[in-house]
Design a protein around this ligand. Sequence first.
Ligand code: ADP
Ligand code: MG
Length: 916
Amino acid sequence: MSPWYMLDSAEVLQQLDTNIPDGLKQSEVTRRLKKYGSNQLTEQPGESLWQILWKQLTATMVVVLIVAALISIALRDYTNAVAILAIVAFNAILGVRQENQARVAIAALKKLAVSTVKVRRDRRVQEISARQLVPGDIVLLETGNLVAADYRLLESSNLRIQESSLTGESEPTDKNTNKLEQENPPLADRHNMAYMGTAIAYGRGLAVVTETGNETELGHIATAIQTVKPKPTPLQQRLDQLGVKLAIITLFLVVAIFGLGLLRGEELSLMFITAVSLAVAAVPEGLPAVVTIALALGAQRMLKKHALIRKLPAVETLGSVTVICSDKTGTLTENRMTATFLAVEGHQVDLTTPLAELNTDEDLSSMLEEQPVLAWLLTGAALCNDALLEPHPDIPHQFQTVGDPTEGALVMTADHLGLSKAKLEESLPRVGEKPFDAERKRMTTLHKLPLVTNTIPEGLKLIVSGLLELGEASYIAFTKGGVGSLLEVTDRVLVNGRAEKLDRQWHKKIIENNDQLARNGMRVLGVAFRPFTSETIDLDRKALDEDALEQNLIFMGMIGIIDPIRPEVKDSVLMCQEAGIRPVMITGDHPLTAQSIARELGIVPNDRILTGQELSQLSSEDLKHQVENISVYARVSPQNKLDIVKALQTRGHIVAMTGDGVNDAPALKQADIGIAMGITGTDVAKEAADMVLLDDNFATIIAAIKEGRVIYDNIRKFIKYTLTGNAGELWAIILAPFLGMPLPLIPLQILWVNLLADGLLALALSVEPSERKIMRRPPRRPNESIFSRGVGSEIIWVGLLLGLVLLAIAYHYWSRGDANWQTMVFTTLTLSRVGLAETMRSERESVFRLGLFSNKPLLGAVILTIGLQMAVVYIPILQTIFHTTSLSARDLLISFGLSTIVLWAIELEKCFTRRK
Ligand code: ADP
Ligand code: MG
């Protein structure tokens, strides 16, 4: 069989047993899915539960513990050995559970990130997950789509595909549907194919799926890609380094304790196991795992708020964002466009009021008769347009628009006035186009004019006959776009049905009109046209010269479109400003439109607006100075966006940037947090982004930032909590010999406290809800040390205080010869750690204000910890294992009381800082 690219379209379709109008039948799809499998590359299977367990069991500390247990066995101290092993097992179970939770969360996120594809099946266009594609599927291609399998192209309208991921060629390649004659050309030369992993940079088209999953070209080379391991996030890296440092310090201390003990004549085996237990207790071995878990679960919570995290490190970066550069349309506004104003020379219609009245045919035809130019304007706007009017799926006799909302508004308005886009297209079929792009800010379509006016529906006759009077034209091109952008290619203006030269006077008048509408926050689109004779344009030439379409146009008029602001955004902007984050609006719209919306939202600190054109003229040095003061950028191109991000970053900002188009990808990649629109965004933008806004809403960014801050806070709290407790234990054990005492805690007790405190209590801290004023403080510096802002100092002074409390108890009871002395120390330590967990829930707020019951998981952990501790102290069989003795009610009360000392100390400190 010849390769697909050497067959013509008909042969390809025949071989794949499919056809363009019908697509595959659902039953056939099911059959093929079974036969070919789902369309995905086999991934390195994730870690299995057993692998996670094995990893837990082989962690260094655990290995050390197991060795300790073996030594205990050798010493015939079986209970000790069993107890150590039990604790090892418990630790492993807790660890596996957490890692598994994180794994499930991450897998769920990955699944959501799969892109969708528009296919024709059962004669209907449907949107399906890319995984569901099978060979023979008919796929609709649009600018910005990712190519989700290998395709043979069937129709191409200016299709250009970015294939750098496969061929290394950075410029997009032009595609067509002609069959190739050459056998085995390089991938880059197969002009009628599109390959998985590439992206449609421009144009539209139709294709049939030839290969899916591992059978694709990408599948053949993918093994190399799969082996890349996820990189640890910056915070994980820093914590890894911290872990190493702590391990070294601990090792040093442990060796010292071991040596001192031996010098004092303690038993070798006891000292060895004590040293091991201490090492286990002091090294926060769970740290990196906790970060993963906190980030993964945080990402899950963000998802509930409509922010889909695509790259895990984004969760932690979100907490330090200082500037949010946001699109206007759809993010700050609703993207519910309504055309409200029509203006042609000499006549203006405000559509907001008379629209309902205009609905009768008589009014309509009279309006069109009176003002045929108005009807032309709408005809142009509806024809130079990719949106469709389709029956509403739920409400009968209602219609809804499909496609770009701006264009939808135009189609809808034209339809209301009796100019149905579908009918217009029948009479004036589209034969060529130059698609919209954010750089030019305009688009053009070319239509064939009917030869005889008789075939034209009644209502249109007037218009078309009017057009035909324009000369010997056989084609007409309509261009719509930003008024400024249209004027660049316009040299005439339509006045009373005739084209006049567009002189300075006209130019000024049009601009004034435009500005007036823009000042009211409207998005203004101008419409122009140009007739062509068969001589002036040659459709048969292989590629229609698109540039020729946008020259010497005749300006017709403009349409003002209202897009209301999202009501919730106003609050979000305020919140953002209070949180020390600057919101910046970046839009392709007119500066006055931008300014009006920015004022309404409260974004504008001053009235300075920079346009893309002005920006392009600035040197990067100048731009660097300007970016601090400018909050609104208008008429911006994607390249400008990239420049803005870079300039902000050189000023030390952490920049979040939104984007939706293909050309936004570089800016999204450059930004610290690239944010793609979930609804209006292209696959390419989503692929480049760290986060996807499922509802396109600015408020969602703020919610995600808040969540990011909470997560970072909680990781800090976790670290502070574990290290403070460990420090307390170490102090007590190191200093005790200097007071002449034996070891105040036996190894098993140390391990026990470690299990309860780090395993149960600390984890519950990581789900602590947000601090009350979390969005009233400035963003954290991204390179800030984990020990800054009080964490380090608290570990030192509270740790020391805890150590002293324990020593005091130990000394008091020990010197009286009380057999309970170790149990007192043990119990007080456990209870102190309960108190620490509660008070460390907030860095500023008193825990009594938060309410002891407001963190339910922690409350559960507290109750469990106290219960288990009582069991260990009072149940006889556990007493023999843990070397504990029953405490009298009085001693127990004393222990409870003294254990709260650290809690009060921290509460007092918080009280002082609140005063300040
Ligand atoms: P935004 O940054 O607000 O999303 P866009 O890049 O979508 O802005 O649009 C920028 C400008 O391009 C608009 O102000 C309008 O003048 C023009 N424009 C937008 N959409 C279209 C379209 N579908 N056809 C023609 N012109 C358009
Ligand atoms: Mg846009």
